[in-house]
Ligand binder design. Structure first.
Ligand code: TPP
Ligand code: MG
Length: 931
């Protein structure tokens, strides 16, 4: 072990500083230190510097040696012990705070008792220079030092920051908490304002409790100081330059936040308790504690701030990913500055500790494609998760231990001490503004009632609830404090409470007049140009054409490498080949896609593509970002076609959070084509919650539009059970009321038009595309520039060669199987079969489908053919939509896995399906086949 290992940075700094002081003013030091430095000077003169051990300064090395050899005076040895004690307060002080309002804290050892640092009671009155390292102005007695440290580290705020490696951040925090011993200095006006907000929070809950007895409201009681905290966070942040706030939170206290922060009128909330229908019948709406809101408010210091509360499903922590995406979109497209937009996420103690997406979102903090300049996390820590005690809810000491992943500071604060809460929240705003990193506030309170107000908490926590029932609410506690301080009089307080009660009463009466509840708009201002689409809008024609000559120019431009950079030969060949495709007017899938982006960029739409390995593309087809051979300098051709923003980011290995992020991004940027691509389609199941709760449901629940595109590689190619299916059946089950568009595309031109149409719509809908793997390089999967320039999106592709008079069997299919069937048709010359592809599976264009049925009216059979097992793929959906047509299926038999594990078996299955379609086997019926 390094001989100097006990010397930490604080020790070394102190010694260096004191030596400097000694050199200037030798008599200003304690005699023992003066003698010590004299000894050092003497030794140095005779023996020279000994720098053989560490890079510590000579005086620090000398100090260490003296202590090691037992040569240092007792006073100086003690000085080091005091330094160790100070260090212990910084690292472990948060374990010994008074932060729990309703119960004893767990007992942690070793404690900060001085005996554990080889100091004794007799030392309490001795003076130590180490005091100066804690922000004290000069040497102080050990008793004074401890009192000072207790105030900073062990009062109502526990400061957890020594896990941070960055020296500047640590120093910033140390200095910040040293000011006024980490206690707020508030003016009488500020105090009154805090009490006012606290009164609103407490009185509002009380009112609901008496007026809507037993109704679910997920009361904030026990954590009401969240309201002054949020108020202060917004005010402080606006002073630091924030223009817009995006907040994500779950059920607890949401009604309180909606009214007392978002200024939703009390009467609206009261009316929602009556469970009335929503104004517009087309929206099914949602429960009141999930609704979002956007508002421009004026803070106490007169600054305007836009605040947004993101609509939230029941699934805890999901909204965090969206909040980050929304903020990032606002930075990218509105503010161009991370300091202008503040993400705030409010967590429950159970959810933050238990939900995996918390980690996935935390990991975004510094990633190029996902960072937002730091998030303020507030945990409304009521020490219980539904009925589960905190000891069963996590293995970590704190629910906030995720903070350590991003080296973020945490302030644990007693929610009963509202001034401390305000102080901690100001720290959060300052730290975030200074370092652009996440910061956590652990608001330690309690939950007055059960999980909801109908629940009996004594079933599960009888003891705790005994003490909670006797506990005064935070307003009472603060009121008493301010009365004692002569800040407010009883009189003023009474008026404040009565006025507010009167306001609530008036609103209560007014709420009776409301017949139907309004849907609170969320970010409506960003969406003024996009009225909600009436049903059937997707089936209308949208012009996705593009000038042919310009398209060709663009195709060459994005396929030409800069002459002054050297790329791998393989890349050069690949790009040469793209030029050849243009020359031969035969463009592949990648070109169709890249040209859709290029054309949209020239029309001033932004593009954002994100997902695992999207820059190159999992199947090495895209190469949207290429690197020079020697320096790995990046070149992104699409960044050079216009000044519109083109972004493509490889994401971290997360689906749930990244899909949520991109969904949020699209929600806040209607003029940016936002795309999330799954590595293989099946991995979207890790993000199923985003799909179920937002993608397919947000328009109905919250009147929210979102144009996110999901690209999901799909298709059985003999690669085993995984990676073959993007679970088409699930998406098709979720389709209703034009909520999403589902497509399975087989031609580059159709893909080109599909992507362009997404931005040409005068509304926004999520688009789910099943994309190819082997078809990326299939010789028949090519299109001409003409098809792109002057074509249009084809929801259904008719058989190009079939003669309706000869067709006996009309086969509908989708995706890759078409090309397998086509090969058989060409090989066999069978003209009795027509192969028709459904390219848009939802919404189905029945007008066009009926025309096809009419065209092949001589048919004897109508078949749906699919390579997915009978219980998967589109079959159930097709059956539901074509139930009157007598349609039959040809598919593999039902199975628990989407595809067989063995390539041989896959081939046998595929051949069996194909033979069945062409009646080339002996099986008697059109039942699903097993090979
Ligand atoms: C993903 C998910 N799992 C389970 C639930 C059911 N649930 C709702 S609230 C709750 C407890 C939440 O505890 P905590 O995060 O501490 O918040 P609190 O209600 O205590 O404020 C649970 C388990 C849910 N809503 N979402
Ligand atoms: Mg809780």
């Amino acid at each position: 072990m390094d001989k100097f290992s006990f010397l930490n940075a604080a020790h070394a700094q102190l010694i260096d500083d004191m030596y400097e002081q000694y050199l200037k003013y030798p008599d200003s030091l304690e005699p023992s230190w003066k003698a010590f430095f004299q000894g050092f000077d003497f030794a140095r003169e005779y023996y020279g510097d000994d720098d053989s051990y560490t890079d510590a300064s000579p005086v620090v090395q000398y100090a260490q040696q003296s202590v090691n050899n037992g040569q240092a005076s007792e006073d100086i040895s003690k000085e080091f012990k005091v330094l160790n004690l100070i260090e212990a307060y910084r690292t472990r002080g948060h374990l010994f705070t008074k932060t729990n309002p309703v119960r004893e804290r767990r007992h942690f050892v070793p404690t900060l008792d001085i005996e554990n640092f080889e100091l004794s009671q007799a030392d309490l009155s001795k003076k130590f220079n180490s005091a100066t390292t804690t922000g004290m102005s000069g040497p102080a007695t050990l008793a004074e030092i401890i009192k000072h440290l207790e105030e900073i580290y062990c009062d109502s705020i526990g400061v957890e920051y020594m896990h941070i490696n960055d020296v500047d951040e640590k120093q910033f925090i140390r200095e910040w908490v040293s000011v006024n011993e980490n206690h707020p200095k508030l003016s009488a006006e500020e105090k009154t304002e805090i009490l006012f907000k606290l009164n609103q929070a407490v009185a509002f809950e009380n009112y609901l409790h008496t007026k809507f007895v037993g109704q679910k409201r997920f009361s904030l009681e026990g954590g009401e100081s969240l309201i002054p905290a949020l108020d202060q966070l917004i005010t402080r942040s606006s002073q630091l330059g924030v223009d817009e706030v995006v907040l994500g939170m779950a059920h607890r206290g949401r009604l309180n936040v909606l009214t007392n922060i978002f200024q939703k009128s009390y009467k609206e909330i009261f009316s929602e308790f009556e469970g009335k229908e929503f104004e517009e019948d087309v929206f099914s709406g949602d429960v009141k504690y999930h609704l979002g809101s956007s508002k421009t408010i004026t803070t106490a210091n007169g600054e305007e701030v836009i605040i947004n509360l993101t609509p939230n499903p029941s699934h805890l922590e999901t909204v965090a990913a969206l909040v980050e995406g929304i903020c990032r979109a606002k930075v990218d497209h509105k503010y161009k500055d991370y300091n202008k937009v503040l993400p705030i996420i409010i967590h429950g103690d159970g959810a933050i500790a238990g939900q995996g997406i918390v980690y996935e979102v935390a990991q975004m903090m510094t990633l190029d494609g996902y960072k937002t300049g730091g998030t303020v996390h507030i945990v409304v820590n009521n020490q219980v998760s539904f009925t589960t005690n905190y000891l069963d809810a996590r293995s970590s000491i704190y629910s906030t231990d995720i903070a350590k992943v991003t080296q973020s500071p945490v302030m644990h604060v007693n929610a009963d001490d509202v001034e401390a809460v305000v102080h901690a929240i100001r720290f959060a705003a300052d730290f975030r503004a200074r370092f652009g990193k996440d910061v956590y506030i652990d608001l330690l309170g309690y939950r007055k009632y059960g999980h909801n107000e109908g629940d009996e908490p004594r079933f599960t926590q009888p003891n705790l609830y005994k003490s909670i029932s006797k506990h005064p609410n935070p307003r009472e506690i603060y009121k008493q404090k301010l009365i004692q301080e002569n800040i407010v009089s009883d009189e003023v307080l009474k008026t404040m409470e009565q006025d507010f009660k009167k306001l609530l009463d008036e609103n209560f009466d007014a709420s009776k007049e409301i017949t139907r509840n309004a849907m609170t708009p969320f970010m409506a201002e960003d969406w003024v140009d996009f009225p909600m689409a009436p049903k059937g809008s997707v089936l209308k024609d949208f012009d996705t054409k593009y000038d042919l000559a310009k398209l060709k120019e663009l195709a060459i431009k994005i396929s030409t490498l800069p002459a002054d950079k050297k790329f791998l030969n393989k890349i050069t060949r690949l790009f040469d080949n793209r030029i050849k495709m243009v020359d031969n007017d035969s463009l592949d899938w990648a070109m169709g896609e890249l040209l859709a982006y290029a054309t949209l960029l020239t029309e001033q739409f932004g593009i954002r593509i994100s997902g695992e390995d999207v820059e190159r593309g999992t199947f090495s087809h895209r190469h949207a970002v290429i690197k020079t051979e020697d320096t790995e300098e990046e070149y992104t051709p699409l960044k050079h076609v216009s000044d519109a923003q083109f972004d493509i980011f490889n994401s971290h290995l997360s689906e749930y959070a990244v899909l949520g992020f991109d969904y949020g991004y699209a929600m806040a940027s209607p003029n940016t084509l936002t795309i999330w691509e799954a590595q293989f389609g099946d991995f979207m199941n890790g993000a199923q919650i985003i799909i179920d709760q937002y993608l397919v449901a947000a328009e109905e629940k919250w009147k929210i539009q979102d144009g996110l595109v999901m690209l999901l590689p799909h298709g059985s190619e003999g690669q085993g059970a995984e990676h073959s299916s993007a679970r088409m059946e699930r998406f098709l089950t979720l389709c209703a009321n034009d909520n999403i568009i589902v497509a399975d595309i087989t031609s580059p031109a159709n893909y080109f038009h599909l992507l362009r149409r997404q931005m040409k719509f005068n509304f926004r809908k999520p688009l789910v595309v099943f994309t190819p793997k082997s078809l990326l390089r299939h010789p028949k999967v090519v299109s001409s520039l003409e098809d792109m320039a002057n074509g249009e999106f084809q929801p259904i592709l008719d058989d190009p060669t079939a003669d309706p008079n000869k067709v006996e069997r009309l086969v509908l299919c989708t995706g890759k199987l078409y090309f397998d069937l086509l090969a058989k048709k060409e090989e066999s010359g069978d003209e009795s079969v027509a192969l028709v592809r459904l390219e848009q599976l939802y919404p189905l264009n029945f007008e066009k489908i009926d025309a096809i049925f009419e065209k092949y009216k001589n048919r004897k059979d109508l078949i749906w053919a699919q390579e997915e097992p009978e219980n998967m793929g589109a079959w159930s959906y097709i059956l539901r939509n074509f139930r009157d047509t007598g349609i039959q299926v040809i598919s593999p038999v039902a199975s628990g896995t989407p595809a067989p594990g063995s390539h041989k078996m896959f081939e046998r299955n595929q051949t069996a399906i194909i033979n069945k379609v062409f009646n080339c086997d002996d099986a008697p019926s059109n039942r699903p086949v097993t090979a």
